[in-house]
Design a binder for this molecule. Structure first.
Ligand code: KG4
Ligand code: ZN
Length: 355
C-alpha cells in the first residue's frame, strides 16, 4: 500500500484511540529539539540541543551554521527523545515536524529528517506551524486549559494578540507594525554590549536596575491593539549614544530595567485595552506564548493585570517558553485529530503565518 494511503488510514484509526503518542521535531531556528508527547498534554520526553555556543561568536544566528548543526544533531536528538520516553520508533503513533515559519535551511533539515523517518516507519506525519506550537506550550503546562482564550504571542519574530477560538482556529486582533518584542530586546542588548541572545541577558541585568531611571516614549500606532517597538528602540539607542559621547560609564542595569519596563508596559497595556474594551467574558483566560513570555517583568505585569481584571492567567513553564519539541508535539495532536496530515511533498515554509 502506498505511504499516503496507509498513513490516512492510520490517522483515521487514531481519531478514536485513547492514547496517542507523537514524536516531534523542531529545527526552525537555533535549537534542535525533539519530544514524545501523549495526547497533546503530557510530556514523556523533551530534549533540547541548543546551538547558542556556535552562534555567540557572530552575535546572532548564522543560517548556514544552523542548518549544518541541525543536520548533525537531528538523529541523535530524536534517538534521545525516544530513549528517554522508553519507546522505539515503532511504538509512537505519529510523527510531527515544524514546517514554518523560520530559517529555510534549518526548517528543511527537520522536514527532511522526519519525512524520512515517517516513510521508513510507515507512520502518519503532521507539519506544524511554529507559532501554533508556542501557543500550544500552554496546553502542556496547563492540562485544564481549553479554548477560547486570548493569547499574547511574543517571540523573536512575532508580537501578536491572537484570539484562540478553538484548537487550530485563530483570529488576529493586534500585531506589531515594525519590530517584534524579542527583536527589540536583542537589539537593545547589543547596544549595551551584551552577548547573543540578548533578551534573557537584558532580563537578568534588569533585575538589579531602576526601571524609572530613564524615560522612554510610549509608542503610537494607528491600530488600537497594534504594537510598535522601533521608536522605543531608537530612543533607547539615542540615550545610550548620548551617554557614550559624554564619556560616562553606562549604567547598564538601569538602562536594561528602563527598556524592559517600557516594552512590557506596551505589551500589557494593549492587551488590557483589548480585554477592557471587548470584554473578557467569552475567554477562559489570558495566555502568554513565545520566547519573550519567559521575561520576568512581563510575567509579573501580566499577573497584576489579570488579577485586576479578574481573569485567569496562563503562562508556559519557563523551559517551554523558548523553542522546544514538546510544544510541536502538542500542536500536532490536535491537527492529527482533525485529520490534517502532511504528505511526502511537505516543504519548508519560511514565511508561514498563523492567521
Ligand atoms: O520563541 P523564541 O525562542 O524563538 C522564536 O520563535 O523567535 O523567541 C526568541 C526570542 C529572542 O528574541 C530572545 O531574546 C527572546 O525571545 N527572549 C527573551 C527572554 N527569553 C527569550 N526576551 C526577553 N526576556 C527573556 N527572558
Ligand atoms: Zn520560537
Amino acid at each position: 500500500m502506498n505511504y499516503e494511503l496507509n498513513s490516512r488510514r492510520q490517522a483515521e484509526e487514531l481519531r478514536n484511540k485513547e492514547t496517542v503518542r507523537i514524536l516531534s521535531l523542531e529545527t526552525s531556528c537555533d535549537e534542535t529539539a525533539a519530544a514524545v508527547i501523549e495526547n497533546g498534554r503530557k510530556i514523556l520526553s523533551n530534549v533540547v540541543f541548543s546551538q547558542i555556543d556556535l552562534h555567540e561568536l557572530y552575535g546572532g544566528v548564522v543560517p548556514e551554521i544552523a542548518s549544518r548543526a541541525h543536520m548533525e544533531a537531528c538523529d541523535r536528538v530524536v534517538d534521545q527523545a525516544l530513549r528517554e520516553a522508553g519507546m522505539s520508533l515503532q511504538d509512537v503513533d505519529a510523527l510531527a515536524v515544524t514546517k514554518g515559519p523560520g530559517l529555510v535551511g534549518a526548517l528543511l533539515t527537520g522536514v527532511n529528517c522526519m519525512k524520512g523517518l515517517a516513510f521508513a516507519a510507515g507512520k502518519p506525519l503532521v507539519g506544524v506551524n511554529h507559532i501554533e506550537g508556542h501557543v500550544s506550550a500552554n496546553y502542556l503546562s496547563h492540562p485544564d486549559l481549553e479554548p477560547p482564550f486570548l493569547c499574547l504571542v511574543v517571540s523573536g519574530g512575532h508580537s501578536h494578540l491572537v484570539e484562540v477560538s478553538d484548537y487550530g482556529t485563530y483570529h488576529l486582533l493586534g500585531q506589531t507594525v515594525d519590530d517584534a518584542a524579542g527583536e527589540a530586546f536583542d537589539k537593545a542588548a547589543r547596544a549595551l554590549g551584551l552577548p547573543y541572545p540578548g533578551g534573557p541577558r537584558i532580563d537578568k541585568l534588569a533585575e538589579e536596575g531602576n526601571p524609572e531611571a530613564f524615560t522612554l516614549p510610549s509608542p503610537k500606532t494607528d491600530g488600537r491593539y497594534d504594537y510598535s517597538f522601533s521608536g522605543l528602540k531608537t530612543a533607547f539607542m539615542n540615550t545610550v549614544h548620548t551617554l557614550e559621547q559624554r564619556g560616562e560609564t553606562l549604567p547598564k542595569a538601569d538602562l536594561a530595567a528602563s527598556f524592559r519596563r517600557a516594552v512590557c508596559r506596551e505589551l500589557t497595556n494593549k492587551a488590557r485595552l483589548l480585554l477592557e474594551e471587548r470584554g473578557h467574558e467569552g475567554y477562559n483566560g489570558f495566555a502568554l506564548a513565545g520566547g519573550v513570555s519567559a521575561n520576568r517583568e512581563l510575567r509579573r505585569m501580566s499577573a497584576a493585570m489579570c488579577e485586576d481584571l479578574k481573569i485567569p492567567l496562563f503562562m508556559p513553564e519557563l523551559h517551554l517558553c523558548t523553542d522546544n519539541g514538546a510544544m510541536i508535539g502538542s500542536a500536532a495532536y490536535y491537527r492529527l485529530k482533525n485529520g490534517e496530515l502532511a504528505g511526502l511533498d511537505l516543504n519548508a515554509m519560511p514565511a508561514l503565518r498563523l492567521v
